[in-house]
Design a protein around this ligand. Structure first.
Ligand code: MTE
Ligand code: MO
Length: 166
């Protein structure tokens, strides 16, 4: 009698641990994702916590033109790229371009001048209040570059994983 009770307890604990493990694998893929920033020989890893803690995080309206679909009005949550760099004490003086490498191999290169244009280039992590889904989950995240003055969005780098400053 005592033995079966012990066995049941073990079974319940095992199932409980498995449930926690499975939910953490499926839902936290985005929350644990780290964006790599390379400035010369210095590397930074940025998580969602770092970005959301910054005062300069904003929500802004946007129109998404995805191929084969009607334009959709949405709200993005993100930070102006220059402000993200400020938070890491990254200095862009003397730099000429920034390369964005996506997890699917897509690449976008921007001139520093374009990065400096006020309220233009953003790193976003939420859309309509929800974390951006990964490519596997059918989304454009976990992180995406949004260039507000580029309405055709070819250079909005979805699934950005690496930012290289040169
Ligand atoms: N990582 C990544 N970002 C990308 C692309 C891509 O293939 N991969 N396509 C670009 C293009 S051409 C457009 S029009 C927009 C929207 O792409 P979608 O229509 O596939 O959503 O994302 C841009 N960013
Ligand atoms: Mo496109």
């Amino acid at each position: 009698m005592k033995l079966t009770l012990l066995k049941n307890k073990r079974l319940i604990v095992t199932i409980f641990i498995m449930i926690i493990f499975i939910t953490s694998c499926t839902n936290n893929e985005n929350k644990t994702f780290l964006l790599e920033i390379q400035d010369g020989t210095t590397f930074y890893s940025v998580g969602q916590g770092h970005i959301l803690d910054l005062d300069s995080v904003i929500e802004f309206p946007s129109v998404i033109r995805s191929s084969g679909n009607k334009p959709v009005e949405t709200k993005f949550t993100g930070i102006e790229l220059t402000k993200l760099f400020d938070s890491l004490n990254i200095n862009l003086s003397g730099k000429s371009k920034i390369t964005f490498n996506a997890l699917d191999g897509y690449m976008v290169v921007l001139d520093i001048e374009e990065i400096y244009e006020p309220k233009n280039v953003y790193l976003v992590l939420k859309r309509d209040g929800e974390y951006l889904k990964s490519q596997k989950q059918g989304g454009s995240g976990p992180y995406q570059i949004v260039i507000r003055r580029d309405p055709f969005s070819q250079r909005w780098c979805k699934h950005v994983g690496e930012i290289i400053i040169e």
